[in-house]
Design a protein around this ligand. Structure first.
Ligand SMILES: [Cu+2]
Length: 87
């Protein structure tokens, strides 16, 4: 059973494409805010990498396919910032 599970995980990591999500972030004032936002994004299940831009008020998130942008925004909002999905 464990072997099957491992094989599935391996398969998903080969087949599954990453998706890129752009988020609009509001309320960031300084590098500490960037750190907070980045940290909360990276804690979301499926998120692999995030880049947060202070001046532009945005974030680019690389996540596993199927990761919900809404879940990312919820995490950012929980940290105390405004967030909307930019499409
Ligand atoms: Cu700050």
């Amino acid at each position: 059973m464990k072997k099957v599970l491992l094989a599935m995980v391996a398969l998903v990591s080969i087949v599954g494409a990453d998706e890129l999500v752009n988020l609009k972030i509001e309320g960031m004032m300084c590098p500490a805010c960037v750190k907070n936002v980045k940290g909360s994004l990276n804690d979301v299940k499926g998120v692999k990498e995030s880049t947060v831009y202070l001046k532009e008020g945005k974030a680019e998130v690389k996540a596993a396919e199927g990761t919900k942008p809404e879940a990312m925004c919820d995490a950012v909002k929980k940290a105390g910032y405004g967030c909307s999905v930019a499409k």
